[in-house]
Design a protein around this ligand. Structure first.
Ligand SMILES: C[C@](O)(CO)[C@H](O)COP(=O)(O)OP(=O)(O)OC[C@H]1O[C@@H](n2ccc(N)nc2=O)[C@H](O)[C@@H]1O
Ligand SMILES: Nc1ncnc2c1ncn2[C@@H]1O[C@H](COP(=O)(O)OP(=O)(O)OP(=O)(O)O)[C@@H](O)[C@H]1O
Length: 284
């Protein structure tokens, strides 16, 4: 089973409070995209989970793909079933586009089918939340208005523009941003109708820029070309376009020191589209 594993963009990100466990309450608009990693799953009968090729900076036991598979093991129909997974990585790691969370969600969705676990999407999303705040949106598989830490999801139909995504050459620590004492934590909650019509801002932007001059440079450059935004806690920034050519043109003139991609927003996750096709093809 070969499935895409998409990136998300936070069209805005408001921090509305902090919980007693230290986590922050958010309001955000998640836009799914067609910018994807690819994961291939091959069931084995040795009860083992392998991931290849190795990612040098990431031991297998820390890979969210491995953790997702381990989390699902108790629900397998046959206890001897394992899986060999091949990961073709395209999404930059630690970029605020949710690649790790997306890979975890894709693994939960694939193995729920291949291992015949029979869990509902909501149960998979609840399980996935243990792995990261962004896992549920990828499991549920639609663009969504999110509240809580990102697990209270209301599916939405968004426009599907093209995006230029750029990645300054630095790694932003999500933990560091959320512990900065200057972070805005008291943005008044808005209603979904406001979110969909007027949007909002990214409350993390100023703190991210303060800690990461490379993000500041890239932000200033992108801002010259339109309404530049930060996704999640960065480091990626993005700009939307009505047509692909304009996005490609700006990508071609992006300074070489920054990675740059063009993709399109989508309302249904490419993972779900491909999984549904696989299920249809393998019926009976
Ligand atoms: C900022 C977003 O990208 C928005 O989509 C996500 O909320 C971040 O999700 P994530 O990368 O999956 O984050 P996690 O791995 O769950 O959390 C990393 C660290 O960020 C802080 N954190 C994260 C999410 C949140 N709502 N409040 C927090 O305070 C916590 O210190 C946590 O230890
Ligand atoms: N399969 C994976 N792919 C990418 N990163 C992974 C994976 N498994 C674990 N990680 C770890 O998770 C960290 C965050 O990765 P990810 O790509 O999800 O970051 P992100 O895009 O900033 O996510 P978010 O928007 O959720 O904060 C990485 O730095 C890496 O150490």
């Amino acid at each position: 089973m070969k499935l895409p594993s998409p990136a998300k963009l936070n069209l805005f990100l408001h921090i509305t409070g902090q919980r007693s466990d230290g986590y922050h309450d958010l309001q955000t608009l998640f836009q799914l995209t067609d910018f994807c990693d690819t994961l291939t799953f091959d069931i084995n009968e040795q009860d083992s989970v392998s991931i290849s090729p190795d990612i040098l900076t990431l031991p297998t036991s820390d890979n969210l793909i491995f953790k997702a598979a381990e989390l699902l093991k108790p629900y397998r129909k046959y206890a001897y079933h394992g899986v060999d997974i091949v990961l073709e990585k395209q999404l930059p790691m630690g970029g605020g586009i949710g690649g790790g969370s997306s890979n975890a969600a894709t693994t939960l969705l694939a193995l729920n089918t291949l291992w015949q676990c029979g869990l509902s999407l909501q149960t998979l999303a609840n399980l996935g939340l243990q792995l990261g705040a962004d896992v549920p949106v990828f499991v549920m598989g639609t663009s969504a208005f999110a509240q809580g830490v990102g697990e209270q999801l209301q599916p939405v139909e968004l426009e599907t523009p093209y995006f230029l995504i750029i990645k300054p050459d630095c790694h932003v620590s999500t933990g560091q941003i959320f512990t900065d004492k200057h972070l805005t934590r008291d943005t008044p909650p808005i209603k979904i109708s406001h979110a969909l019509t007027l949007g909002g801002r990214n409350d993390c932007l100023n703190v991210v820029i303060k800690h990461n001059p490379e993000v500041n440079d890239a932000y200033l450059w992108l801002k010259n070309h339109g309404d530049a935004k930060l996704t999640g806690t960065g480091a990626c920034l993005f700009l939307s376009f009505n047509n692909q050519q304009d996005a490609e043109r700006l990508r071609a003139s992006t300074p070489e020191k920054w990675q740059a991609w063009v993709c399109q927003g989508c309302n249904l996750s490419p993972t779900h589209t491909a999984l549904n096709q696989w299920i249809e093809k393998n019926k009976a």
